[in-house]
Design a protein around this ligand. Structure first.
Ligand SMILES: [Zn+2]
Length: 331
């Protein structure tokens, strides 16, 4: 699983911020309870110095520390008990001032050894979702809300199947892709006219795959090419930032490349698209490409190599029907 460094940093920052907020909250609560019961403040000081004293006795040489330690421990237990009952009397849980970690597994550090802890991964998924939501509507878009009713139910005399039946198969294929995603380089090519739900189903896939903790990057072909241009040519944007984005395109577990064919048509953009498709195939990473072009049209617009990658290494899903965005407006 290739975690996105930028998103991981944001998740770590949030973990740290949550911890600081809790510490501030405990410190404030401590002051409130001390104000209501000044004896409690004295108890806390005594408990702290008793702990230091126990340590001191244990480390002292040349005399038997056992008896002294036992006595101190006894005293300490007594003070702890007194403290507990005073806090309870003020109407708070007995451990409310103890600054216990929320995640006992990692002690709120975010890592168990070198493995990211579940608590960090939960924040990571939230941050990734926020990032994807800037570009895609992830609120209403789920496989369950895909509306087959907008696709014609009339059977095509040639194929014997209706656009609705066909799109049902496409929906199932996208769903299966997301549900069985294992980061091992399976690819989809979604092709068909505008307004047939390609971006919608891409968003569903992005949402479901990122929900499982895989790193997902969504980008349009126009923006992706613009980032490469910023590295290659001066005055096209910050090359350092662009390099970061390009690293994300190449390293993420799933790249969703939307609207292939909408970018400017020139030798540079053709080489960029070829490089991205190839690099991801070479490193065994998964890619979902959507386009208004068919594989045949890709072949004439780009080149035979790109078309043969799409035909050979991608599962091809054709979208049929009439423009749904227009149908929805007419309703
Ligand atoms: Zn944890």
């Amino acid at each position: 699983m290739a975690l996105d460094g930028r998103i991981l940093r944001r998740a770590m920052d949030r973990l740290e911020e949550d911890r600081r907020n809790r510490e501030t909250h405990t410190a404030e609560l401590r002051q409130q309870l001390y104000a209501r019961d000044p004896f409690l403040a004295g108890l806390d000081t005594q408990i702290r110095s008793a702990a230091a004293e126990i340590l001191d006795v244990a480390l002292r040489r040349g005399e038997d520390p056992v008896a002294a330690m036992e006595q101190l421990q006894e005293q300490n237990l007594h003070m702890q008990e007194e403290r507990r009952s005073r806090i309870l009397r003020l109407g708070y849980p007995e451990n409310c001032l103890d600054d216990l970690p929320v995640c006992p597994r990692c002690g709120d550090r975010g890592y168990v050894g070198r493995e990211p802890c579940d608590c960090l991964m939960r924040l990571y998924r939230e941050e990734q979702r926020r990032e994807l939501s800037k570009l895609l509507d992830l609120q209403g878009e789920s496989f369950a809300s895909f509306q087959l009713k907008y696709y014609d139910d009339m059977k095509d005399p040639d194929t014997g199947i209706s656009p609705r039946q066909h799109m049902h198969l496409v929906l199932m294929a996208c769903r299966r892709y997301a549900e069985t995603f294992d980061g091992k380089g399976s690819n989809l090519f979604l092709s068909g006219g505008p307004g047939l739900g390609k971006t919608f189903l891409s968003a569903c896939i992005a949402s479901a795959v990122s929900e499982k903790g895989w790193s997902v990057v969504y980008e349009t072909a126009v923006n992706l090419c613009a980032r490469y241009e910023a590295i290659r040519f001066s005055n096209r944007g910050d090359p350092e930032e662009a390099e970061q984005d390009v690293r994300r395109y190449l390293q993420c577990d799933l790249l969703i490349l939307d609207d292939l064919g909408m970018e400017r048509e020139n030798a540079f953009t053709v080489s960029v698209i070829y490089e991205v498709i190839n690099a991801r195939l070479r490193s065994g990473k998964s890619t979902v490409i959507s386009s208004n072009l068919s594989v045949e049209e890709v072949s004439s617009r780009y080149n035979a190599q790109i078309a043969s990658r799409l035909a050979g290494e991608y599962e091809n899903l054709k979208f049929y029907g009439r423009d749904i965005r227009r149908l929805k407006k007419e309703e």
